[in-house]
Design a protein around this ligand. Structure first.
Ligand code: COA
Length: 259
């Protein structure tokens, strides 16, 4: 895989995507956005990819936001296109049928916090900082931040962060449930890989169904209970269900095929 703004490594079915603009703290310019769009098309199409990690290049940042120098002269109609496109791609990441973990290795600000929140899980190193500082620039978040931050932190704390532009530490993000774990810098990627390796042994069909059910309630405003009933009943027709239950009864490890 060859992308102008991303480094990629596919190993044992797990794809690590590194946003590679360290001199600009991995700020999301339109090239990065385009590359993320394309790579997630590949992730969805390629059966050999069973899980994804997104991280940032360098020691300081995951992603320090949308590229301010790029949108500084936008008209409102250009800004609308930018936000619509960003929403489309972040929704694509969120509805990816394979698990996606943000390995937050430093600043996750503005579009960086929004990108991390579009992933299914977030794991942070101790130096990570999260925030939506757009208010300091005289704008609001444009890649889903007002919605997803409220969902993860609750309305009161999210409103505080959105209105003050303050950052929170990795430990605070853990306390609020925004991240699943905080690790040392060295342990960050191994922790992500260990979670994805565990998930990789499960049924790809069921992974997809669980992501869809969780998203139905939290992201799409649909009746998640009804979707769960439908998806649960669909499981009975799969070979993976037969294999999983047979393996339990035969006291052996299940070998899921995604069928
Ligand atoms: N867009 C464009 N460039 C950015 C950027 C962004 N969001 N964030 C950082 N950069 C660039 C800086 O302009 C600087 O480039 P330069 O060396 O060519 O001047 C480089 O990345 C390093 O950043 P710098 O500000 O010097 O690092 P720092 O350690 O002093 O501060 C931050 C780090 C994250 C606190 C600071 O860069 C910052 O506040 N960034 C903007 C955060 C933001 O508002 N994000 C929301 C955007 S919508």
């Amino acid at each position: 895989m060859n992308f102008q703004s991303l480094l990629t490594e596919l190993k044992d079915g797990l794809l690590t995507i590194t946003i590679n603009r360290p001199e600009k703290l991995n700020a999301l310019n339109q090239q990065v956005i385009k590359d993320l769009d394309e790579i997630f098309n590949r992730v969805n199409e390629d059966e050999d990819i069973r899980g994804v990690i997104i991280t940032g290049s360098g020691e300081k940042a995951f992603v320090a936001g949308a590229d301010i120098s790029e949108f500084v002269r936008y008209t409102s109609s250009q800004a609308k296109k930018m936000a619509e496109n960003g929403h489309r791609i972040f929704n694509k990441i969120e509805s990816t049928s394979k698990p996606v973990i943000a390995a937050v290795n430093g600043f996750a600000l503005g579009g960086g916090c929004e990108l991390a929140m579009a992933c299914h899980m977030r794991i942070a190193s101790e130096n990570a900082k999260f925030g939506q500082p757009e208010i300091n620039l005289g704008i609001i978040p444009g890649y889903g931040g007002t919605q997803r931050l409220s969902r993860y932190l609750g309305k009161g704390k999210a409103t505080e962060l959105l209105l003050t532009g303050d950052m929170i530490s990795a430990q605070e993000a853990l306390d609020f449930g925004l991240v699943n774990y905080v690790t040392t810098k060295e342990e960050l990627l191994p922790k992500c890989l260990s979670i994805l390796n565990k998930i990789k042994s499960k049924s790809p069909l069921v992974i997809d169904q669980i992501i869809a059910c969780v998203n139905a309630h939290f992201e799409k405003g649909e009746d998640g209970y009804m979707i769960e009933i439908d998806e649960f009943s669909r499981c009975m027709d799969t070979e993976d269900f037969k294999e999983g239950t047979a393996a339990f009864l035969e006291k052996r490890k299940a070998e899921f095929k995604g069928k």
